[in-house]
Write a protein that binds this ligand. Structure first.
Ligand SMILES: Nc1ncnc2c1ncn2[C@@H]1O[C@H](COP(=O)(O)OP(=O)(O)OP(=O)(O)O)[C@@H](O)[C@H]1O
Ligand SMILES: [Mg+2]
Length: 168
């Protein structure tokens, strides 16, 4: 299957996705992490942050995830993936083998974390087009899983996620 983490910048997607990958690998399940940021230097190099480019980014990562998942590797994707339709298109191509996880950390908490300084840069006027601030972020309407990360440890969230995945 594919496990797709969507959420605002700094919501915790990469952190949770890599923790999930580690847990699955440790229990003998083959899993691959497809992180939007990392892939922007390879298969999605050259794409920017317009709506079209963000959706193309999602489409390419989704294609790779579908390929991996079809061959028995759990594809774990971490991308802001701000547009609902693009995520839904990827989901549809998985024919049910798709778990959308909304990392629903509130904007104020994401902005306070500001791991990469993007929120501060936007505030200063050095950056524009930040999802959830001055660019759209469309939360999933019916995700398989919603996780809150505020006041919760990564381990707590992962335990809940593994419970969900094991019950499938
Ligand atoms: N329960 C939690 N789950 C995930 N991250 C958490 C949690 N609690 C605190 N954090 C912290 O929140 C930050 C999330 O950063 P991370 O890079 O994972 O976000 P992201 O969603 O991948 O952002 P981006 O879209 O910019 O790549 C990390 O510093 C992480 O340690
Ligand atoms: Mg990330």
């Amino acid at each position: 299957m594919t496990v797709w983490f969507t959420g605002l910048p700094c919501a915790g997607k990469t952190t949770l996705a890599s923790a999930l990958r580690d847990r699955l690998e440790a229990s003998g399940v083959r899993a691959e992490l497809l992180d939007g940021d990392e892939l922007r230097s390879t298969i999605t190099a050259g794409l920017g942050f317009s709506k079209e480019d963000r959706n193309e980014n999602v489409r390419r990562v989704g294609w790779l995830a579908e390929l991996l998942s079809r061959h028995g590797v759990v594809a774990i994707c971490a991308l802001v993936s701000p547009y609902r339709q693009a995520r839904d298109d990827v989901s549809a191509r998985h024919h049910g083998r798709f778990v959308e996880v909304h990392v629903a950390t509130p904007l104020e908490v994401c902005a306070a974390r500001d791991v990469k300084g993007l929120y501060a840069a936007q505030q200063r006027g050095d950056l524009s087009g930040l999802s959830g601030v001055d660019d759209p972020y469309e939360p999933p309407l019916d995700p398989e899983v919603v996780v809150g990360t505020d006041g919760r440890s990564v381990d707590e969230v992962i335990v809940d996620l593994l419970d969900y995945l094991h019950a499938l």
